[in-house]
Design a protein around this ligand. Structure first.
Ligand code: GAP
Length: 461
């Protein structure tokens, strides 16, 4: 495990606000805890991650399709999936300072004891017997521990009836895929093994949210449900684990900041027979980044029973009938975003006392691909720079910037991770129609003819 600089999170949060990546949610009202807005550079980075994920796992494979299901699913979904009864954490409040904790985290940290599977009576007995103290105020005066369901509920008013029904904001995108498994099978000529990918919002009323984007109450998941013949699950599982590592390399996460965590049997979610997490060394410690679970036929069987619909698949060759099993690679988007910023952030000492802050993001995911500068605000330079801007727009989000000294403009773009800056100067106009291209990481500059620019950048993106 690689220890990251403890102040790194503070620095990343500050950069995110300063440079239009992430703002606190509902900022003008003093914020709304654990919600965030993605600003213009944040949304570009997020979109680039999503596009790359879609390309890697949907477009580049013949065994995968994509979909986009609703956030609000039939309320019976969550009864069948086990979330109404089982998606709970035990919470406890300190009576003295009113701080709230997850009882399992509190006990595990203080006693190094696994409380998975303990009932409330046992948890309460432990809290009293061991006289656990509050990590915030040091007192030992607890309320009774109680289970808290993490799903956000809302009321539906049904048209034409006076009944109000409870609906849940989905706590995972996965269930939308299970609900459409039959539609997908019937309409897309899919044959097992096949997978369905989806990117979308999920909501969890977390007891202890925090650490910026790491644990929030509204977040995005990029999930795959991969439907298989049951006897193949171990090979498929290992194969997906490898694919997840390749994804981490593709987006530029440092291997020595990554690790694996195998969930012990007693810690598995109610639907899983095996779960392995890909962990990342965040500035606040090694924590879950992604998960890979073998969900068996748990979900399809439960929905089959509850909705009285057959979920059986008929093998076209053997005519054997079975309910497919599922291997689920799941990727949190907001955690990817945070991990990338933590890995990309560098403060470089330059000559004198100058420090440059730079984000070493891979060009494919950088929010701004190329910045175009006229050396000065002179009409001839501005006009030419605008022409270069138009020429290079095919590479995506290309920005024009004419304000401030050229050095300041470089620093601004270093901070948002722009891999290349192109400057139009007097030589461009008066001499040879070349511009300078400056590399973010090496800070080296080279002159490239305007007529060669497309070729030049095609090799880099
Ligand atoms: N469908 C399986 C599932 O939802 P999970 O481990 O509970 O599994 C999947 O969540 C991923 O979603 C996690 O690996 C993490 O990246 C992300 N995630 C979960 N809870 C989150 C939260 N409160 N805030 C931000 N991301 C979260």
């Amino acid at each position: 495990m690689q220890q990251q600089e403890p102040d790194l999170l503070k620095k990343v949060v500050a950069l995110c606000k300063r440079r239009g990546f992430v703002y606190p949610g509902s900022d003008i009202y003093g914020g709304f805890a654990n919600t965030y807005s993605y600003g213009p550079h944040g949304i570009e980075l997020k979109k680039n991650i999503k596009d790359l994920w879609w390309k890697q796992f949907i477009h580049n494979r013949t065994d995968m399709v994509g979909m986009d299901g609703p956030i609000l699913l039939h309320p019976r979904t969550w009864e069948a999936s086990g979330h109404v009864v089982g998606f709970n954490d035990a919470m406890v409040d300190c009576k003295a300072c009113k701080a709230r904790f997850r009882a399992d985290h509190l006990i595990e940290k203080a006693l190094n004891l696994n409380v998975e599977g303990m009932d409330l009576e046992e948890i309460n007995a432990l809290l009293t017997k061991e006289k656990l103290t509050c990590p915030k105020c040091g007192k030992s005066d607890w309320t009774q521990a109680r289970f808290f369901n993490l799903m956000f509920s809302t009321k539906l008013s049904k048209t034409g009836s006076n009944d109000d029904d409870i609906a849940y904001l989905r706590p995972e995108t996965a269930q939308a895929i299970f609900l459409d498994y039959k539609n997908l099978l019937d309409t897309m000529r899919l044959q097992v093994p096949f997978g369905v990918g989806q990117i979308g919002k999920a909501f969890r009323n977390e007891i202890t949210p925090g650490n910026f984007l790491f644990r929030v109450i509204e977040f995005e998941q990029m999930e795959i449900e991969y439907f298989i013949e049951p006897s193949t699950w171990t090979t498929v599982f290992e194969d997906w684990l490898e694919k997840m590592w390749q994804w981490c390399d593709l987006i530029g996460l440092k291997r020595d900041h990554l690790g694996l965590y195998e969930h012990p049997q007693e810690k598995l979610s109610h639907y899983s027979k095996r779960t392995v997490d890909i962990m990342f060394d965040f500035p606040f410690g090694r924590q879950e980044l992604y998960g890979l679970a073998y969900r068996t036929d748990f979900d399809l069987s439960k929905h089959s029973e509850a909705a009285r619909q057959s979920m059986e698949y008929t093998d076209p060759k053997t005519r054997e009938k079975y309910i497919p099993h599922v291997v689920e690679p799941t990727f949190g988007l907001d955690r990817t975003f945070l991990a990338l910023l933590c890995d990309a952030y560098e403060e470089q000492a330059l000559e004198g006392d100058e420090v440059r802050t730079v984000l070493h993001l891979k060009p494919q995911i950088a929010p701004v691909k190329i910045a175009i500068f006229p050396l000065m605000k002179k009409e001839v330079l501005v006009e030419k720079a605008q022409q270069v801007l138009d020429l290079l727009r095919i590479f995506g989000n290309v920005q024009y910037d004419e304000s401030g000294a050229i050095g300041k403009r470089y620093r601004r773009h270093d901070e948002i991770g722009t891999p290349y800056c192109v400057t139009v100067d007097f030589d461009t106009i008066e001499k040879d129609d070349t511009v300078t291209v400056r590399d973010r990481d090496t800070m080296k500059q080279e002159r490239v003819a305007v007529k060669d620019l497309l070729n030049f950048f095609q090799k880099l993106f």
